[in-house]
Design a protein around this ligand. Structure first.
Ligand SMILES: CC(C)(COP(=O)(O)OP(=O)(O)OC[C@H]1O[C@@H](n2cnc3c(N)ncnc32)[C@H](O)[C@@H]1OP(=O)(O)O)[C@@H](O)C(=O)NCCC(=O)NCCS
Length: 182
């Protein structure tokens, strides 16, 4: 099982079917907070839906399409982060994330992203990692900005969420830029 150690109190582990109930309960407790920004909430109505997502994610991991991980602060599951939409031919992927509201503001997702980006460039041999977020999602945009990503542009009406189309800002980091930063 893939585990990425972030620091003393923070680990990311590949999501497994036994995590489904805890993950669903966390989603349920944070539903309004997450639903504002993530398009999959309305399709996640029970632990069964979450278990299906995890199973598909495991298949996707085997096929080198995605890496979906839970975030643990000590023994507590507090959020999720993943490498999505791996485009092997072009060695490119996107990172997505969410965190329980009561753990925000401590730098958890910034630190997890940093570790996952390192994994993506060093272990998966990616050339480019993107983060996409809505122009109004300032907390999310602050993460790629803090990590030195380049704001590459805006995809107009790129996502259907809560009954409307929204734009997505694309942030990009190249492997050579990441190595030069370190
Ligand atoms: C966006 C989201 C993931 C941010 O999570 P987070 O862990 O709070 O984000 P960060 O890691 O960037 O934390 C940054 C905050 O921690 C503080 N911090 C503390 N220690 C830190 C450290 N070591 N490194 C960086 N920041 C640190 C920062 O000062 C900052 O505080 P501020 O927000 O008051 O300026 C979370 O708000 C969320 O899940 N939102 C809803 C879902 C969502 O929007 N997902 C993304 C869709 S694109």
């Amino acid at each position: 099982v893939l585990t990425l150690h972030v620091d003393d109190d923070l680990d990311m582990r590949l999501l497994e079917p036994p995590h489904a109930v805890a993950l669903f309960e966390l989603i349920e407790r944070n539903r309004p907070h997450l639903r504002a920004w993530l398009p999959w909430l309305d399709g996640t109505r029970s632990a069964r839906d979450t278990r299906r997502f995890i199973r598909e994610a495991r298949e996707g991991f085997k096929d080198l399409l995605m890496v979906q991980m839970g975030i643990w602060a000590g023994e507590e599951l507090v959020g999720a982060i993943g490498i999505n939409r791996m485009d092997i031919a072009n060695r490119r992927a996107q990172i997505g994330y969410w965190l329980s509201r009561d753990h925000e503001g401590k730098g958890i997702v910034t630190r997890c992203c940093e570790r996952l980006i390192r994994y993506g460039f060093e272990q998966l041999d990616l050339n480019k990692i993107e983060i996409r977020c809505e122009p109004g999602n300032e907390r999310s945009a602050a993460i790629p900005e803090r990590l030195g990503f380049v704001r590459e542009g805006v995809l107009r009406e790129a996502q259907w969420i809560n009954g409307r189309f929204v734009d997505l800002v694309v942030y990009g980091m190249l492997a050579r830029e990441w190595m030069a930063r370190r």
